[in-house]
Every structure is written in C-alpha cells, then in structure tokens.
Design a protein around this ligand. Structure first.
Ligand code: ADP
Ligand code: TRP
Length: 321
C-alpha cells in the first residue's frame, strides 16, 4: 500500500506530536510503502522569514530521522526539491471549483485567526492534492482537520479522470481514531500554542525535570493515598508504560507512601529514557548536517523519477506535449 504523509515544520516537537502523529507514522514503515516529505511550499503560505523557514525545514528533517524515519525503508524528501508538483498544481487548478475551495474549513479558520487572505492560502488544498496525486497515493494518514483536504483531492481527481481518463488514483484518508488526545501539563490538549507542552528534545535533564514539576496535580497531603485516575502525571506517564508497569504505578499511588514530587521525578526518568537513543542520533546528525542533506537529496532523486514519469502521462493526457 502506498502511503503518503506530509509534515509541516513548525518548530519544537512535543510529546503530543510524538504519540499522536510521529509514532504511528514510524510504525507504518514496517508494513507499508511509506513516502514522507516536509511541506515547505505549504509553510511558505504563512512564513515571513527565509532563514527561519530554512532552519525549521532542516530541524524537522533531523528530528524525524532521529525519532525513527529510516531512509532505507521510507522515501524522505523536501517538497521544494521536487518542483514538478507545482506544474501538477496548476493543471489541477482547472478541476477545482471556486466553491470547493471556499468551503475549506482550514482556510476559513486561518482567516478567522487574522492571517491575511492570499491566493496561496486559498489554493493550499490544490497543492496538497498535487502532492497526493503525483504519487498515486492510496492512503493518507491525517489528523481530523485534514480529512476535508483529502476529500477535496478525491473530488479534483474525479473531475480530471472524468474528462481525461483514469489517470489518478483516488486516495483515502486514514484517521487514527484510537490515538488519544495527549494532555499537557495543565490537563488540556497538549499544544505548542497553549504553553503547556513537554518538548521531546529538552537540552538537559534538569530542564525536563523543571517542566515536569510544573504539571498541575491535586493537593492531597503527604501520607495519604493518591488518586491516579484523572492525575495528569499518571496520564502522561502511562503513555510510556506497558500494562504491568501501569499497574505497578497505580499501586505506588495507592500506598500513600509517595507524593506527587516522586511521580514527577519518575515521569522525568521515563521521558528522558524513552528518547535517549533519539537524542544521541540527533546530536550526531546535528554534527553531520551533510548526512542529512544527502538523505534528503536521495529521497528527492527517487521522487523526481516518480514525478517525471507521472507528469509525462498527465501532460500527454491534457495536450501539453
Ligand atoms: P500543535 O497543536 O502543538 O500546534 P500540530 O497542530 O502541529 O500541534 O500537530 C502536529 C501533529 O501532532 C498532528 O497530526 C496532531 O494531530 C498531532 N498532535 C498535536 N498535539 C497532539 C495531542 N495533544 N495529542 C495527540 N496528537 C497531537
Ligand atoms: N496540510 C498538511 C498539514 O497541515 C500537510 C500536507 C501537505 C500533507 N501536503 C500533504 C499531508 C499531503 C498529507 C499529504 O498537516
């Protein structure tokens, strides 16, 4: 099965991103033909700073490689290294009605947030359709907010196919229903916009401990049994634990011999340990940026071949040859 995931590089990754999006993606590598790219053309719609966009693109590549994207299994590239997608975007634009784009939730949300309406923002779903259709993608794992974009892709592809023949594969979205919303240190959904996130790559163990210490917990006095249900510390810790370990932790809560401080320390240890290998890999890649560039360039080359072959078919179909 050909699966495509697009990453928006938007800065530091947190534990919610990891369990909600990255871990499921990394696991897919084992069973599917995975294609993953950094959507920097898409990021350009809201970027104002060239250096920052460039840096975030590189950082995202380093982080994803460190956390488990394996370039031997997965084709991994930067969107703008395969500009063929922009030609397809233009061709697909003709099969995209204004009404379809006007109904896009994510566009309306962005405008409501005060982001200036411009054509790139408006036509963003057509570029996403081009990403997906260029590759004959079968499945697109997405968050709920992106389902509509995959549906729009199907709509655009169907219109094209009706006119020019069965050129494009209709993709399906995959939403991980069972992935829970990971809570932040205040118990609300962890998000970089809410200042409640625990980042995956903290510089030092001490800083991670400080962040864990900020987790809001109830104020049961020392010596009394603690309730693990509804406890933010427990909820975050349980992401890292198998069933037996969860039961052990539940018992520790119930004895009343330990306070929240102990559990915050335990959580810090769990997080630090879970990402130990990724941290080492990341330090290595940061010292060897050329390795990262080579991996991305290999990925782009593989994609170039696929893109050229598909575009030859599309161009012929529409008469651009
Ligand atoms: P943020 O809310 O921090 O801005 P993004 O919107 O950039 O995060 O999310 C990137 C990916 O991580 C999405 O696929 C999203 O579903 C996932 N994700 C983000 N926060 C959480 C969370 N708290 N729980 C589960 N998944 C999350
Ligand atoms: N729009 C997606 C997001 O914001 C990123 C993206 C761009 C994408 N092109 C894609 C995702 C193609 C999947 C397939 O998360």
């Amino acid at each position: 099965m050909r699966v495509l995931t697009g990453i928006q590089a938007s800065g530091k990754l947190h534990i919610g991103n990891y369990f909600g999006a990255m871990k499921p993606m990394i696991e897919l590598q084992e069973s599917e033909e995975l294609f993953t790219f950094i959507a920097n053309y898409h990021s350009l719609t809201t970027s104002k700073d060239a250096k920052l966009l460039h840096q975030l693109t590189f950082d995202a590549a380093v982080d994803y490689l460190s956390l488990g994207i394996d370039p031997h299994k997965t084709t991994f590239w930067v969107q703008s290294d395969v500009p063929q997608v922009l030609e397809l975007y233009w061709i697909l634009s003709k099969f995209t009605s204004m009404g379809l784009l006007e109904r896009a939730h994510s566009y309306k949300d962005k405008i409501a947030k005060g982001i200036a309406a411009n054509h790139a923002l408006f036509s963003y779903p057509v570029l996403m359709a081009a990403d997906i259709l260029l590759l004959d993608t079968q499945k697109v794992p997405v968050g709920k907010d992106q389902i509509q974009h995959v549906e729009m892709t199907r709509d655009i592809a169907t219109k094209f196919n009706n006119e020019y023949g069965e050129i494009f594969t209709l993709p399906e979205h995959v939403v991980e229903e069972h992935v829970a919303t990971i809570p932040g240190i205040d118990g609300q959904k962890m998000s970089k916009s809410y200042d409640n996130a625990i980042d995956i790559f903290m510089e030092t163990e001490k800083k991670l401990q400080k962040r864990c210490n900020k987790i809001i917990s109830s104020s049961t006095p020392m010596g009394e049994p603690l309730e693990y249900e509804g406890c933010n510390i427990y909820n975050i810790a349980s992401l890292f634990l198998d069933e037996n370990k969860k039961v052990e932790l539940q018992k520790r809560y119930k004895t009343g011999e330990e306070g929240y401080g102990h559990f915050k320390k335990y959580l810090k240890e769990l997080i630090w340990e879970e990402f130990a290998e990724a941290r080492e890999k990341r330090a290595y890649y940061l010292e060897h940026p050329d390795m990262v560039k080579d991996i991305l360039s290999d990925g782009a080359q593989k994609m170039q071949k696929i893109a050229n072959a598909k575009m030859a078919i599309v161009r012929k179909a529409v008469g651009l040859y």
